[in-house]
Design a protein around this ligand. Structure first.
Ligand code: TYD
Ligand code: MG
Length: 461
């Protein structure tokens, strides 16, 4: 195939699947009507993807290096001066890494990155912030809300990738932010900015810059209506770290979640609060999540969920009321709907509660999402409490996974969870009996091991 020749390829705009002909349904992600014709350039940098016969194009033969001889310096991790972000990144920002920050429009991605840039610039790093969305004046207005900046932070309003590349090669900064990848335009690719081939080509160029010049690069990616970054699989493969910034638009806190990380764990989350002067770190999320918990209300119980290595206490609320229609209504906010239905069935069968003609609503307070099975026992107790209209002691916390025969099964990291409960002043802790042995050293909190949900309910009365 001749170099530089344009070929037409159809891309699925949802998952990046490529095909030489148009298709109604994507075989990759089963979405309908997502194929769009794009021109792929076979001579481009990412051309190896399309042109399998391409040779090494006159490059020098590389010398393989021995792993044991590669030295690491302290400098290879930079702190962003934001503990929450550093933890999600696995202990700081790695030089030469490519990080994708995804999230809904308006969630605070630009704000977060401006703050990171400010901190890095104050530490004496050269930072380049490239915006394809806002003008210099608009960024200034945005930045003014966040605080003072020093001269190490340079701004560039540009969306032509060739020019951006030249600027980066010329000024050789330590950190580059690209806001956002969907507005970037690679001159070699004729399809519109934001399309799969544009996003892929642009990310390829940035990847080469990051690795070649040892620059830490952040890419901002907007999430599409379906909840994925445009061309997500393509992008997620290419970058080192994928972080999603999420949160309820109506609540002030935001959660930064690691989805992929080549340099650390992906279970970590960072919690931030959006204030009028930018994002503030929430170092103790349990306190934050429990603020506003009603004291004497039935159907409310506190559980402990692990978010990575950090325990987090949250309140579960249930409302069970008599159903006025034939089919009872079940609704959940913040947790798995099917799991709640299953727990309600377990309560009906194993505890003999007649929930069949009751509507049931379960809510994780604070708008956070928790899918961990360790909150099962809490959900079950909240439902029982609301059904019997009996208040659960507000100093009590419950955790454990519930099985189909009503048994309470063991959960991980029980010590950290009990410690967190103790730290926040809880007096009683209901845990699976198999875990009781490992927390018997912890004093100052009463620990009750239970084998079944029925036992746990008996503890309450
Ligand atoms: P922004 O960072 O522009 O979002 P994104 O880049 O993800 O699209 O955040 C915009 C929102 O954040 C906007 O609704 C206003 C709010 N905000 C604050 O509440 N306080 C602030 O200091 C700033 C800068 C923004
Ligand atoms: Mg923005």
């Amino acid at each position: 195939m001749a170099k530089g020749k344009n070929t037409t390829i159809f891309f699925c705009q949802s998952c990046g699947y490529e095909s030489s002909k148009w298709m109604g349904q994507c075989p990759g992600c089963r979405q309908w009507n997502t194929f769009v014709e794009e021109t792929a350039v076979t001579g481009g940098r990412m051309a190896g993807v399309y042109d399998k016969n391409r040779k090494s194009a006159g490059r020098e033969r590389p010398a393989p290096a021995a792993l044991s001889e590669i030295s690491l310096e302290e400098e290879d991790r930079m702190t962003t001066r934001m503990q929450e972000l550093d933890r999600v990144l696995g202990g700081g920002l790695v030089r030469g890494s490519l990080t994708l920050v995804g999230g809904d429009p308006g969630i605070g991605k630009s704000t977060l990155l401006l703050q990171v840039c400010r901190n890095l610039a104050f530490d004496g790093r050269e930072v380049l912030y490239v915006s394809g969305e806002e003008s210099l004046k608009q960024i200034k207005i945005h930045a003014n809300r966040v605080g003072e900046f020093n001269g190490n932070l340079k701004l560039l309003c540009e969306n032509g990738l060739g020019l951006i590349e030249e600027t980066i090669r010329h000024s050789q900064p330590d950190v580059v932010v690209i806001d956002s990848i969907q507005t970037m335009f690679h001159e070699d690719v004729s399809s519109a900015p934001g399309s799969v081939s544009q996003v892929r080509e642009a990310t390829g160029v940035l990847l080469q810059l990051a690795k070649g010049l040892n620059i830490a690069v952040f890419i901002v990616g907007h999430v599409t209506k379906e909840g994925t970054v445009a061309g997500p699989r393509v992008l997620e493969h290419m970058v080192d770290t994928v972080l999603y910034f999420e949160g309820d638009r109506h609540a002030s806190y935001r959660i930064l979640r690691g989805v992929k990380n080549r340099f650390g764990s992906t279970n970590e989350i960072g919690v931030f609060e959006m204030e009028s002067s930018g994002l503030k770190e929430v170092l103790n999320p349990s306190e934050f999540m429990l603020s506003g918990k009603p004291e004497e209300a039935s159907g409310s119980v506190v559980v402990c969920s692990m978010e990575g290595t950090r325990p987090m206490l949250v309140e579960i609320q249930a409302l069970v009321s008599h159903s006025s229609f034939g089919i009872p209504r079940r609704q959940t906010i913040g947790t798995d709907f099917n799991r709640v239905n299953l727990l309600i069935a377990v309560l009906e069968k194993r505890l003999g509660l007649s929930l069949g003609n009751c509507d049931a609503y379960v809510n994780i307070a604070g708008g956070i999402r928790i899918m961990e099975p360790a909150i099962d026992l809490g959900i079950a107790l909240a439902v029982v409490s609301s059904f019997k209209n009996k208040v659960i002691d507000s100093r009590l916390i419950a955790m454990g996974e519930v099985g189909l025969s009503g048994e309470v099964r063991g959960i991980s990291m029980i010590q950290a969870r009990v410690q967190e409960a103790k730290k926040l002043g809880f007096s009683t802790c209901i845990i699976p009996s198999v875990c009781a042995e490992s927390v018997k050293e912890i004093s100052g909190i009463k620990v009750i091991g239970v084998k079944t949900v029925a036992e746990a309910v008996a503890v309450l009365s």
